[in-house]
Write a protein that binds this ligand. Structure first.
Ligand code: HEM
Length: 506
C-alpha cells in the first residue's frame, strides 16, 4: 500500500515537472516567434553531449582545444547550438552578437557559474562578481587605473633589467616565455602589493624550477589556476573537483597575499603617503578605501590573476612572431633605435607618451593580440529569456532566442581569424594591416562593453616598454624551433605556448 502511494506521488511529480517544462517550452516558442527568432544550426554531439565533451577534453589534454573550437566554427558556421553534458549552449563569433552580449544587452547576461567555480581561490572580486557587487568592485578599482602611476616605468625598469641580465649572451637558445612569466609576477606584485615577490632573484633561474619561496608562490598560483579551469570545464559538476593539490595551492597563495594585505593596512596611513614622496602602491590606495582584509585579499588576487599571465602571454607571443618574421623585427628595431637610441647611445627617457607615439609598435601588438589573444575563449550566461540579433534560420541572418540559464560561448581567437572580416590573409602575421584601420566589435582582445579590461593601458605600456628595452639591447633574433610553424597553444584561463618560446638573441 505504502509503496504504491510512493509510486503515485512520484509519478505525480514527474507529470507536474513535465507539464511545467512543456508550458515553459510553449511560452518560449511563442516569445521567440514574437521576436522573429529562428533556431540556429544544431550540431550533433551524441548522447547527452557526452561524446563531444570527451572530444573536447581530449583536445584540451593534447593542447589543441583552442584550434579544435575554431575548427567547429569553420565546419558549422559563425553561430550554432550544441549540447555538452546535457546543457544546450550557443556558440557564436558574430561581432553583432558580441556587441549585444557584452554591450547593449549587458544586463541580460552574467558570468553564470564563474563565482562558485573560482570562489575558493578568488573569493568575491571584480573577476568573479556580477550585479551590484561587480559594479561596486569596478567603481573602487577604476580610479586606481587612471592614475599616472599605472605607467610607472621606473618601477618596470629594475625588473626588465634583471630579466635582460638572465638572457644568455653567448647566443644559445633559451625560453623567453619563462622569463616573461617571471618578469610579470615580479612587476605585478611590485605594482599591486608594494613589494615584488622576487621570482627572478636567486641563482640559475633559467634552469632551476624552485627558486626559493617566490617561485613556490608562482607555481602555486599556476597550479590553482589550472584547477579552477578544470572546475569551469566540469560545468554543473564543478564541486566534484576539489583535490588536495588545489586546496594546498590555494592555501599557499592566500598565505603569501595575506602577508601583503597586512603590510598594506599597516602602511596605508603612513605619513610618507601623504607627503607624496613615496611611490604609489595599488594595495595601499585600495586599503584607504576599505581596509577589510578579506576584501583586500580578494581584490589583490583578482587583479593579479587578470593582469599577470595575460601580459606575459602577449610578450611571449610577440617574440614568437618576431622570431619568425625577421623583416618585422628589423623594421621595428629601426624605428625604436631612431626614437630611443640603442643601449650604448640612448636618446632620452622612455616615457609613456613617447611609447604611445610609435604607431608601428602598436600595430605589432595589435596584430599579436589578433592572432594569439591571451584570453582566446570566454562565455556568458543568460539571466533571463532574451535574444541575440543574428545567427538563426537557414541563412544565419535571423535573431536567435536565448533562454534563461543558457550559456553563450565565444572565441575571439576564431573571430579574429575570419577571412570575411580580415581578408584572405587573415591567418598571416602582418602588422601593416593596422595602418589606417579602426576595428569595432570584430576585434576584442580586451573584451568589450561594461566589463572591458581595466588594465589595457597598463598592459600595453608594460609590454611596449619591455619590447623597447629588449630591442635596444639586442640586434638579432633567431628562431630556436624553426620547424615549428604553428604554436602549441596551451590555454587555461589565459593562453600560453605549450612548448615555450625558444629563441636566440644577439
Ligand atoms: C595583454 C594583456 C591583457 C589582456 C589581453 C586582457 C584581457 C582581458 C579580458 C579579455 C577581460 C575580460 C574577462 C571577462 O570579462 O570575462 C579582462 C578583464 C579584466 N582585466 Fe585585463 N587583460 C590584460 C591585462 C590586464 C592587466 C595588466 C590588468 C591589471 C593590472 C587587467 C585587469 C583586468 C580587470 C580588473 C578585469 C575585469 C574587468 C571587469 O570584469 O569589470 N588586465 N582583461
Amino acid at each position: 500500500m505504502l509503496s504504491s502511494t510512493v509510486i503515485l506521488i512520484g509519478a505525480l511529480f514527474v507529470v507536474i515537472f513535465g507539464l511545467q517544462k512543456g508550458i515553459k517550452h510553449v511560452q518560449r516558442r511563442k516569445q521567440a516567434k514574437k521576436l522573429g527568432c529562428e533556431p540556429p544550426l544544431r550540431v550533433k554531439t551524441g548522447f547527452y553531449g557526452i561524446p563531444a565533451f570527451i572530444q573536447l577534453t581530449k583536445a584540451a589534454k593534447e593542447r589543441r582545444w583552442v584550434e579544435f573550437i575554431e575548427s567547429r566554427y569553420q565546419e558549422f558556421g559563425n553561430t550554432f547550438i550544441q549540447t555538452f553534458i546535457g546543457k544546450d549552449g550557443i556558440s557564436t563569433i558574430e561581432p553583432q552578437n558580441l556587441k549585444h552580449l557584452l554591450g547593449i544587452q549587458f544586463e541580460d547576461f552574467g558570468l553564470g557559474t564563474r563565482h562558485r567555480e573560482f570562489f575558493p581561490l578568488l573569493g568575491d572580486g571584480i573577476f568573479t562578481l556580477d550585479g551590484a557587487g561587480w559594479s561596486h568592485a569596478r567603481a573602487l578599482l577604476r580610479p586606481q587605473f587612471t592614475r599616472d602611476q599605472v605607467a610607472d616605468l621606473d618601477l618596470m625598469d629594475g625588473h626588465v633589467n634583471r630579466m635582460i641580465g638572465l638572457i644568455p649572451k653567448d647566443g644559445s637558445i633559451f625560453d623567453i616565455q619563462r622569463l616573461f612569466f617571471l618578469l610579470t609576477i615580479d612587476s605585478a606584485t611590485h605594482f599591486l602589493f608594494g613589494e615584488s615577490v622576487g621570482a627572478m632573484e636567486g641563482d640559475n633561474v633559467l634552469g632551476n624550477a624552485t627558486v626559493g619561496g617566490a617561485q613556490g608562490f608562482a607555481d602555486a598560483f599556476n597550479k590553482a589556476q589550472e584547477w579552477v579551469t578544470f572546475r569551469s570545464m566540469a560545468l554543473d559538476f564543478y564541486w566534484m573537483i576539489n583535490p588536495k593539490e588545489f586546496r594546498e595551492a590555494t592555501r599557499r597563495v592566500h598565505e603569501v597575499v595575506d602577508h601583503y594585505v597586512h603590510r598594506a593596512i599597516a602602511n596605508k596611513n603612513a605619513e610618507k603617503q601623504e607627503s607624496g614622496s613615496e611611490r604609489y602602491v595599488f594595495a595601499e590606495a585600495l586599503a584607504r578605501e576599505n581596509s577589510d582584509p578579506k576584501f583586500l585579499r580578494d581584490s589583490m588576487l583578482n587583479i593579479l590573476l587578470a593582469g599577470r599571465d595575460t601580459t606575459a602571454s602577449l610578450l611571449s607571443s610577440t617574440f614568437w612572431f618576431l622570431a619568425r618574421h625577421p623583416n618585422v623585427w628589423e623594421k621595428l628595431r629601426h624605428i625604436i633605435v631612431e626614437e630611443f637610441g640603442d643601449v650604448e647611445h640612448p636618446k632620452g627617457q622612455i616615457t609613456h607618451t613617447r611609447l604611445k607615439d610609435l604607431p608601428y609598435l602598436r600595430y605589432v601588438l595589435n596584430e599579436v593580440l589578433r592572432l594569439l589573444p591571451p584570453v582566446p575563449l570566454n562565455f556568458r550566461v543568460a539571466n533571463k529569456d532574451t535574444s541575440l540579433p543574428v545567427g538563426g534560420g537557414p541563412n544565419g541572418k535571423s535573431p536567435i532566442f536565448i533562454h534563461k540559464g543558457q550559456p553563450v560561448l565565444y572565441s575571439v581567437y576564431a573571430m579574429h581569424r575570419r577571412k570575411d572580416l580580415y581578408g584572405p590573409d587573415a591567418e598571416i602575421f602582418r602588422p601593416e594591416r593596422w595602418e589606417n584601420s579602426k576595428r569595432g566589435w570584430d576585434y576584442l582582445p580586451f573584451n568589450g562593453g561594461a566589463r572591458i579590461c581595466l588594465g589595457q593601458q597598463y598592459a600595453l605600456t608594460e609590454a611596449s616598454y619591455t619590447i623597447v628595452k629588449l630591442l635596444q639591447r639586442f640586434q638579432v633574433i633567431e628562431d630556436g624551433d624553426p620547424w615549428m610553424k604553428k604554436p602549441v597553444i596551451q590555454s587555461n584561463l589565459t593562453m600560453a605556448h605549450g612548448d615555450g618560446v625558444n629563441i636566440r638573441l644577439y
